[in-house]
Design a protein around this ligand. Structure first.
Ligand code: HEC
Ligand code: HEC
Length: 328
């Protein structure tokens, strides 16, 4: 039997005012959307790239963006929890930075409405880069002659080294960390042979089982809602399965509620992108599910109240593996 919610959900979304007609699945574009206030330039991207790999962004010079979002390792660090500059663990598992530029909202709880806001949040987060204030950060970077010149070139001579500009440049670089050209993208563009037989069956299961009710759109993370809006779902949607305890899925983390303090947002989490998902274990904001097979079983049970056969899991994993793109 086909689940009711997914199709209802999809229909109501497609009819919702403000959401333009779009393909349920479409290939990843070659470039990410760019906000009006932070145009991409080659110099800015170069500066952003340097900053991304520079541990001086952290309060004590110990970690860089790449420590946790390793661009040679799926854009994350493969840990249940990362370790911040001061040795503290962030509350949630580190998501991939790849294709984050296609999300309308950042973080598991959607508290940052842009990439720039995400970087600013990180700079002062005591569990991450842990800077006490902007002054210390500016002092460190102003002291470096090469950076001074680069910031001035990109942002003008006056007040060029600021936290906002650090965030803008780094975000500009992150907008280039996208992975088009996956087998699934080639399939969507008309190369019907791009998917293996198992992956093709998996794509069918993905729609039949109902994964596609939430995971659709270019990032398989929902509709193209306006920037800052985000697309959220309850997680777990159905509580009470054995997985709640096994993987510690129900905690005091109230998700989107923590960003808005509105009761209706309790335990809502942003629908994750599934691009490159075969390379970003462990899974979920809890980081507690170690393998993709198991993440698929958990999703079917907690979101759709279904138990999958081993064969269904095999096909779904083959499909999800076809979402691995070309690394930038
Ligand atoms: C100590 C580890 C750590 C470091 C260093 C780090 N991050 Fe993160 N990053 C995280 C964690 C954890 C989250 C998820 C936070 C949450 O959802 O509450 C995250 C989330 C993000 C996101 C949002 C992705 C998404 O899908 O929502 C982006 C973008 C990002 N980081 C970029 C960066 C950049 C750029 C830097 C360097 C300025 C950086 N990060 C440094 C751990 C880290
Ligand atoms: C009702 C909406 C919904 C449905 C249906 C759904 N998902 Fe999800 N999915 C989510 C949400 C929300 C998250 C983020 C959960 C979190 O905060 O940890 C997620 C996360 C995931 C993740 C982990 C992402 C990561 O980076 O750790 C995978 C894998 C996944 N889903 C696969 C699937 C598959 C396969 C199906 C079908 C069996 C499915 N999902 C059905 C909403 C849904």
């Amino acid at each position: 039997m086909k689940p009711i919610t997914p199709y209802f959900l999809l229909l109501s979304l497609l009819c919702a005012p403000g959401v333009q007609a779009f393909e349920v699945f479409s290939p990843l574009p070659a470039v990410a959307p760019v906000p009006a206030g932070n145009p991409q330039t080659a110099e800015k991207i170069r500066l952003g790239k340097q900053l991304y790999f520079d541990a001086r962004l952290s309060v004590n010079g110990t970690i860089s963006c790449n420590t946790c979002h390793d661009v040679n390792n799926g854009g994350d660090d493969g840990r249940v929890r990362s370790v911040g500059a001061l040795g503290k663990a962030p509350r949630r598992s580190t998501p991939t930075v790849f294709n984050a530029a296609f999300q309308s909202v950042q973080f598991w709880d959607g508290r940052a409405q842009s990439l720039e806001a995400a970087v600013l949040d990180h700079l002062y987060d005591p569990t991450l880069l842990a800077n006490a204030d902007e002054a210390g950060l500016i002092e460190r970077f102003t002291a470096i002659k090469k950076y001074r010149a680069q910031f001035a070139k990109v942002f003008g001579k006056e007040h060029s080294v600021t936290a906002d500009h650090i965030a803008q440049a780094t975000a500009a670089y992150v907008r280039t960390l996208i992975t088009p050209g996956s087998a699934f993208d080639r399939y969507l563009k008309g190369d019907k042979k791009a998917l293996s037989e198992n992956a093709r069956r998996g794509f069918e299961e993905f729609q039949k089982v109902g994964c596609s009710a939430c995971h659709f759109g270019i990032n398989l993370s929902g509709p193209p809602v306006p920037m800052g809006e985000g697309f959220y779902e309850l997680f777990p949607n159905y509580t009470g399965s054995e997985y709640d305890k096994k993987y510690n899925l129900v905690t005091d983390d109230l998700g989107h509620y923590e960003a808005t303090k509105e009761d209706i947002h309790k335990r809502l989490f942003r629908v994750s992108t599934l691009r490159n998902i075969a390379h970003t274990a462990p899974y979920f904001h809890t980081g507690t599910v170690p393998t993709l097979d198991e993440a698929v079983r958990v999703m079917a049970k907690t979101q759709l109240q279904q138990d999958l056969t081993d064969e269904q899991v095999k096909y779904l994993v083959a499909f999800l593996s076809s979402l691995t793109g070309k690394l930038p």
